[in-house]
Ligand binder design. Sequence first.
Ligand code: ADP
Ligand code: NA
Length: 330
Amino acid sequence: PARPRVLSGIQPTGDSFHLGNYLGAVRHWVALQDTHDAFYCVVDLHAITAGHEPEVLRRRTRVAAAQLLAVGLDPKRCTLFVQSHVPEHAQLAWVLSCITGFGEASRMVQFKDKSTKQGTERASVGLFTYPILQAADILLYQAQAVPVGEDQRQHLELTRDLAQRFNTSFGPAFTVPAPYIVKDTAKIVDLQDPTSKMSKSASTPAGLIELLEDPARSAKKIKSAVTDTGREIVFDAVTKPGISNLLTIYSALTGKSIDDLVAEFAGRGYGDLKKALAEVVVDFVRPIQERTRTYLDDPAELDRLLATGAEKARAVAAETLRTAYQRVGF
Ligand code: ADP
Ligand code: NA
């Protein structure tokens, strides 16, 4: 039987992914290549909802793709592409926006959060309809499974509603996708403020480990991470969020279980754990940085890989759009 189709996307938001993006999302994408028919996209259309600079976006999109290749996405085992290279995303989004209720869209909490931050008057309509574009991203590929974090659950629910509504009103066109819950998703928290998640937009540089930053800088940040009262190295995300975060990162990067790590560090101090983890992180990012550079140093090859990915993606997307257009009466 064919492998289940999975789709996931990531925004080219910064000049580097951070450890949270990798451990919470992209690491699982790498694993899914072997069990699923995986489609992954750098969602540059989603990156222009709140103002941007064209040259910066262009660079970040390429850097994002290069990093995804560098951490292990293999164009022979998955379909990796850039969203704007496949015009069907925007085309299907329009059709879906016409079967989405204004009130329904207004209930999306992520828009409420983000538009409050930007000022409700200034927030773009694109930010408002963002979840509809996300629905198009998923439905175009007939994805059965979508890896989602808590923050995206409501959007996937909307995608499912829109798929069902379309299929019922106009005739079958879309697979209704199910959430794919990744076991042991690591939620990585800010190194300086362990009560909030490590985040590109909210963390200070000292709280954030970027995959492409100078590894010596990452090592320094880990060594000055906020730790908890007490001296014992034990895992307890509530009373010892700082140490627990370091253990989570350590475990995820080495494959050692938390229990084994706790045993390994029994009787040793926080400083020992930090020093050891700093080395683990440095050893982890070095080859990723090298491979990223290799892809960026050969723009023609990167273009070729992305063009091939877009062609594979488009073959599927165009067929879905053709069906949807036909059902709608175009
Ligand atoms: P950011 O919050 O830094 O802007 P995004 O919202 O763009 O990151 O997230 C991209 C992906 O990375 C999502 O799948 C998200 O769930 C995951 N992710 C982001 N931050 C973390 C984190 N601190 N821990 C685990 N996963 C994370
Ligand atoms: Na975010």
